[in-house]
Ligand binder design. Structure first.
Ligand code: ZN
Length: 195
């Protein structure tokens, strides 16, 4: 992970600046780890319960925010603020109904799973976030992903585009035939149209 982060910075800013940034991040991190070992705690993370002297700094090229990322759950200040608001002001645990969670943050997961009377659905463009609904902006790719996930006996419903000959974007219209795309996708996966 640190390697891909370094490579991304190297591509964008060159080796010397990327190496300097890596040195700064490593040095600051080591300093925070040492102070958490040696000095009495004065911070507590409401999301995961971690206690220590200080949080990690958040450092990117040209941007430093000190005392931000929790060593326990990697939550940032905004996540911890939202956690406390959802828990204490909004009283999430007592809420009923349906919750649609867009871009679910890992640090907030215990809060959502603790709301037992709430039916919640997590949506994101990254499958790795433990989502219930995967949002894929490219429609052809989304159709393929739905077919790949279908098990025998499942029904895949492609909704909303069957009768429309185009997909309208801000600056252009893409000609579209949903049934043809579905057939092409299935045939690329090895299925044969038996009609
Ligand atoms: Zn935490």
């Amino acid at each position: 992970m640190i390697l891909s982060w370094f490579r991304r910075n190297q591509r964008e800013f060159g080796f010397i600046r990327a190496a300097w940034l890596l040195w700064r991040v490593s040095w600051r991190r080591a300093r925070v780890v040492a102070s958490n070992r040696l000095l009495p705690a004065r911070c507590e993370c409401p999301c995961c319960g971690w206690r220590g002297r200080r949080f990690f700094d958040y450092i990117e090229m040209g941007y430093t925010a000190r005392n931000i990322a929790c060593p326990g759950c990697d939550s940032h200040s905004r996540h911890r603020a939202l956690f406390l608001w959802l828990k204490n002001s909004y009283r999430l645990a007592a809420r009923t109904g349906v919750a649609l969670i867009l871009a679910p943050e890992r640090a907030l997961a215990p809060l959502w799973s603790g709301a037992k009377q709430l039916r919640s659905f997590k949506i994101d463009i990254e499958a790795g976030r433990g989502v219930d609904v995967l949002a894929i902006p490219d429609r052809r790719a989304a159709i393929g992903a739905a077919f790949e996930r279908a098990a025998p006996g499942d029904l895949v419903l492609l909704a909303g585009k069957g009768h429309e000959p185009t997909i309208l974007y801000a600056d252009h219209a893409l000609p579209w035939d949903e049934a043809a795309v579905a057939r092409e996708t299935l045939s690329a996966m090895g299925w044969v149209d038996s009609r």
